[in-house]
Design a protein around this ligand. Structure first.
Ligand code: SAH
Length: 359
């Protein structure tokens, strides 16, 4: 609930509206984990709240820390037992958290581990927020950047996403600047157009991965629904409405979308636009046989864009020694559970080596 909604609800309950502010502060500033902590709220009101609202907190199911760069990956358990993952990254300019927006995903991009088992359910706005709150409490450090780039397709969970952004950036809450929030989408055109009209200052990242319909369809099933042309129209509309430059994500897959010809197609598509391209060397997952592009091919691709005046960076890989790619940690945990169920008597040794948990 927004503060206004909570105020109205307090009035309905016959309570003074300042109680709403107190509750809100406990939840979104002091990051309390239950009503029990709210010591300036009368016990009777806390009891009423317990009856009226569901107040849940994420539980840490697993945690990995990279020995290379300190990146931490958390596997959180939701109140119904579902698992989601979040990543904490430390940069010079501040701490960044990558959150999940759904348990599983139904988009089925071929190189991504998140979609291998399909969608389980949408996350609520609170479950998205709590990934950031829990990490803030665990790390003891402020989060300054949030990227919605974990498991799930945020624009497939639109209303909860919007509520989450409003609460996250609310000045009565953690008050993270909208400019420090990035939402990454596989390209749901009506969602992009709707988002453009919300009056937000967030960054939109678009997972393009190929510049032609033919090639994109091989990598991302969503390309069968929306053409690259429709997508680019929506992106131009987003830029016109918000003035925010779009980031195009392009995961480079060895021999699939990393040739000079591919780079030429991308130049043709993006040249007239004020945008940024972020190249992501694909993180191979064991369920698929994609390989990373060779170093020289990545550089060749980048140079071609640069020579044509396109702003381009190669995404720095973080947490390479932990299950850093989308959906990997959640999937490992599921595999472990399945193995346990298949052979419950078998003794499983769990060891930690260099931040990698192996069973
Ligand atoms: N559903 C959203 C956000 C989640 S994925 C989207 O599609 O944008 C975040 C980014 O990581 C996307 O660009 C996605 O295509 C990319 N990605 C997923 N798995 C990857 C992998 N194994 N290697 C490289 N990039 C990957």
């Amino acid at each position: 609930m927004t503060l206004e909604e909570l105020k109205r609800d307090m009035e309905l309950m016959g309570e003074k509206s300042f109680r709403a502010k107190q509750l809100y502060e406990w939840m979104h500033r002091r990051l309390s984990r239950s009503f029990d902590e709210m010591t300036n709220i009368p016990v009777s009101l806390r009891e009423k709240c317990r009856e009226r609202y569901e107040y849940t907190a994420l539980r840490v199911a697993d945690q990995q820390e990279s020995a290379i760069d300190g990146t931490r990956k958390y596997l959180f358990e939701l109140s119904d037992g579902n698992l989601v993952e979040s990543v904490w990254m430390k940069y010079k300019h501040g701490n960044s958290v990558c959150i999940s927006s759904q348990a599983g995903c139904r988009m089925g991009c071929v190189f991504c581990a998140s979609g291998l088992d399909g969608l389980v359910r949408n996350l609520t706005a609170s479950e998205m927020l709590d990934q950031i709150y829990a990490i803030t409490l665990l790390s003891g450090e402020r989060v300054s950047n949030v990227v919605v780039m974990g498991t799930g397709e945020p624009l497939d969970n639109y209303d909860n996403l919007l509520c989450f952004i409003r609460l996250l950036t609310d000045e009565e809450g953690l008050h993270i600047s909208q400019r420090n929030v990035t939402v990454s989408t596989c390209g749901i055109v009506p969602g992009i157009r709707r988002l453009a009209k919300e009056g937000l200052q967030i960054t939109l990242a678009l997972s393009l991965h190929a510049a032609t319909d033919e090639k994109r369809k091989k990598l991302m099933p969503i390309a069968n629904k929306y053409s690259v042309e429709e997508l680019m129209d929506a992106c131009r509309y987003y830029f016109d409405r918000t003035g925010r430059r779009i980031t195009f994500e392009y995961s480079l897959v060895g021999g699939i979308n990393d040739t000079l010809e591919d780079a030429g197609e991308l130049v043709r598509l993006l040249s007239p636009m004020n945008c940024h391209v972020n190249l992501i060397p694909v993180n191979p997952i064991k369920e698929r046989d994609f390989v990373q592009s060779r170093g020289e091919d990545i550089i060749r691709y980048k140079n071609k864009l640069e020579k044509n005046g396109i702003n381009v960076t190669i995404r720095r890989e973080m947490g390479r020694d932990i299950d850093g790619a989308c959906g990997q940690l959640r999937r490992r945990q599921k595999e472990r559970t399945l193995q346990q169920e298949a052979a419950p008597d078998r003794c499983t040794a769990t060891g930690r080596a260099g931040g990698v948990q192996e069973v």
